[in-house]
Design a protein around this ligand. Sequence first.
Ligand code: B12
Ligand code: SF4
Length: 563
Amino acid sequence: MRILLVMPTPFETGRLGLENVVWLSEPVALTAIGAMVSDRHDVRVIDMRLEPEETLAKTLVSFQPHLVGTTSMTTDVYQAKAVLRMTREIVPSALTVVGGHAPTLQPQEFDEPYIDVIVQGEGEHTFKALVDRWQAQHPAGDRTFEGIDGLRYTDANGARVTNGKRAQTVSLDDLPMPNRRLIQQYQGRYFFTVARPMASIFTSRGCSFDCNFCAIWEFYERRTRFLSAKKIVDQMEACDEPFVFVLDDNFLSNKKRIAELCDEIERRGVKKFWMTQGRTDFVADNPEIIERLSKAGLVGLLSGFESNDDDNLEALRKKNSWEKNKRANEILRDNGIFSTGIFMVRADWEKHQFDALYEYINSLEIGIPLVTILTPLPGTQLFRAYQDQLLTTDYRLFDLLHAVLPTKLPREEFYKHFARSADDTVTSVNKAIANMVKKRPDLIRRIVPNVLWFYARTWRYQRVHRDYRSFLRDEEGLLNGPGQQRMLTWRDVRYPGAENEAPIDQSANDGKRSNLIPLRIPKRTWVDDVADAQARSAHKNDIHPATDTRHATDVSNAVEGAA
Ligand code: B12
Ligand code: SF4
């Protein structure tokens, strides 16, 4: 069969977006599922972030696929749907399939007549089973897939049904490695800032923490699985690229595995500059491991610093402290590892809070400070708590760069303070670069030629990002969510931790007070309570396990703790 896998474009031209300025990663979801079937089928991948707009239509016409699959994060929902809608128009006989984080955590969003199958959770085995069945059924045009775990489809009566949950692959080593030959036409075009050409690999899945703004631990059901050191180094060796991004959400978690990996890299003499994501508390607590990783080629670490305030960190259930953030950054600097820190501002912030954050970033001397806005992403505990208060339900605005909850400052002013993050933290960046020049001359020599390329590619987007009007323009006409309809203001939103604050004087609320009851739930359990209450009142029959939070929370505690 002919199978076409499509990476959608995440946004319209000119819209703010991470891919334009910071990080364009290989479509690993597609090379991973493609690897399961590419030995027996004619599989093609097109990455629409790197193709002119007409490529999709042209490929559909010329390739005439039997199956078209696409992937989606929350921000990609509309573009992913557009891919499958176009498929239905041009090749009506093709089976249309979507998978990824958004379809797993918000499957109803994809219940469209032109979408045949929604794959939920880890995709490799589900996709293989689906392809096998479709091969047998497509001559008859039978698009029902009873008995294949991990998917949602439309049955013969036209009803959407969700099959059983697919068990996760026990050992990641048993999966074939993503088939990077499927994207060889794009080789050299993926990057992380000036690190280019950059390959992308994963070496683990899941995270054992449970931050309330993140759905990774729910997606992977609180389990973490690891690839063996041998398989990781096999992948690194197989990449021609000098830079490798290890996509794991929390790479720094298992000390034994890290030691084995460093041994293997040394034994096989692999020389790559690689970067990954990991928590600062691990760095702070394990300086000797970081030193070893640095010698094994680790040159960049992306960490969620989130806040300059311990109370905020606690409210996010980050289980970390600003002291550890600070210590971690010193250790990274000492070892010549470039630190990318993600920070979260809140919609109810005022000028002095932005000032304090930027000052904190400068004191840390972070290489790439990514300042984002705390956003309740679908699938997270925050979302379940705040979904009725959202100003917008347009998923393009859930990119952590737009305030989806009411701001305390007038929006224009809020975005002015937000957009000045790049200029106000330039001291931090410059000091971090100076440190790297001293500590890693080998790396600097390798990236200097890329600096010009990087500015040429991103200068117009850098300007967009630095201009507060871009944010206002993006959200124009899109603030029509439940919170906006009820004219909620920032006073109606109770952030976690707010129960300790002085009561709010509601009389000052311009007469716009809604009938929303603010959350008054003990800090320890507040999000679980909301999730549980919603799970009980939500549709009782059609909850997919991955979206049903009950398995992930201690229900009895939550109910007892409810206010
Ligand atoms: C690389 C990456 C990016 C890249 C590109 C994303 C991409 N799609 O390739 C960039 C840097 C652009 C990016 C941006 C963002 N990202 Co990001 N990103 C990742 C990261 C680290 C790796 C993605 C990846 O390749 N994973 C490896 C593959 C193998 O896993 P997978 O994608 O889940 O695919 C498996 C299944 O989902 C399924 N599957 C997936 N697609 C399909 C399709 C079909 C047809 C089938 C059958 C199965 C299937 O099968 C695959 C194999 O098991 C993930 C974290 C993670 N662990 O996945 C976050 C993640 C996807 N990002 C996330 C977020 C929040 C963002 C941002 C909104 C914010 C930010 N600051 O990072 C932005 C938004 C971008 C925008 N346009 O505005 C969230 C998504 C949450 C959500 N609800 O969608 C994640 C999960 C991180 C997290 N901790 O929560 N991201
Ligand atoms: S934010 Fe990081 S540490 Fe927290 S659950 Fe997500 S991946 Fe784990």
